[in-house]
Each structure stands twice: as C-alpha cells, then as structure tokens.
Design a protein around this ligand. Structure first.
Ligand SMILES: [Zn+2]
Length: 121
C-alpha cells in the first residue's frame, strides 16, 4: 500500500510519516501537541521541516526566492524565544520525539539556511 505525496506526487509506504522522495510530512501535524506560540509553524513545518539534513538542504537550494521569503516570514512571525524554550525543554530529551517536535526543529534549521541563501554574507 502506497500513498502519493501531496508535493512531489511520488509514492511512499502508507505507514511512512514523511515522503521518502522529497521529505515533506505526509501525516497531519497535530496542533494539540505543540504549545500555542508554535502552532502557526505547523503548516510551514509540514513542507519545510524535513528531518533528513541532505534532503532539507536540497529542498532549500531548489526553492525559489519567493518560497524562501515565505519560509523566513513564517518563522519571523512567531516569538522565537518561545519556540526555542519548547525545543530546548523536556521534549528535547525524549527518546522518541513527536513528529511535531521533529518537524518544527527541522523547520527552524531550514529557515536559517533560507536566510543565508537570501542574504549571503
Ligand atoms: Zn514527496
């Protein structure tokens, strides 16, 4: 049983939480599992919170400046201290972190890289 990716349309095993090809999340990310200040990040995290470092860097490198702007703006729209407090809190020590935790931490890395790509120093 395979599931077609909403982004690249290629098939992944139906029990995989993320696309085997492009890394986007295939499962829904549950707002009830993150603190309120983090909730607005779940939509961009589904797209950019790619857990595999290589796939994430490729996704950012392949993105248009418009997409990179959207990614950076999504992260700029939240209180990063509150996001960091959650990422560095008890959930960060969990042996089996939630999909939401993995996605949002990867999103923050993707946004940092997007910032560098938009404005190289
Ligand atoms: Zn895909």
């Amino acid at each position: 049983m395979t599931l077609n990716c909403w982004r690249c349309h290629r098939g992944s095993a139906a029990d995989e939480p993320a696309c085997a090809w492009c890394g986007v999340w295939l499962v829904a990310l549950d707002p009830a599992r993150v603190p309120a200040p983090v909730r607005s990040l779940l939509a961009p995290a589904r797209r950019w919170g790619i857990s595999d470092d290589v796939v994430r860097v490729d996704a950012v490198d392949d993105a248009s400046p418009f997409e990179l702007d959207g990614l950076v703006e999504a992260v700029d729209g939240v209180d990063v201290d509150q996001v960091d407090a959650w990422l560095c809190g008890p959930e960060g020590d969990a042996a089996d972190p939630t999909n939401e935790y993995v996605a949002v931490s990867a999103l923050m890395m993707a946004a940092e890289l997007a910032r560098l790509r938009l404005d190289p120093c």
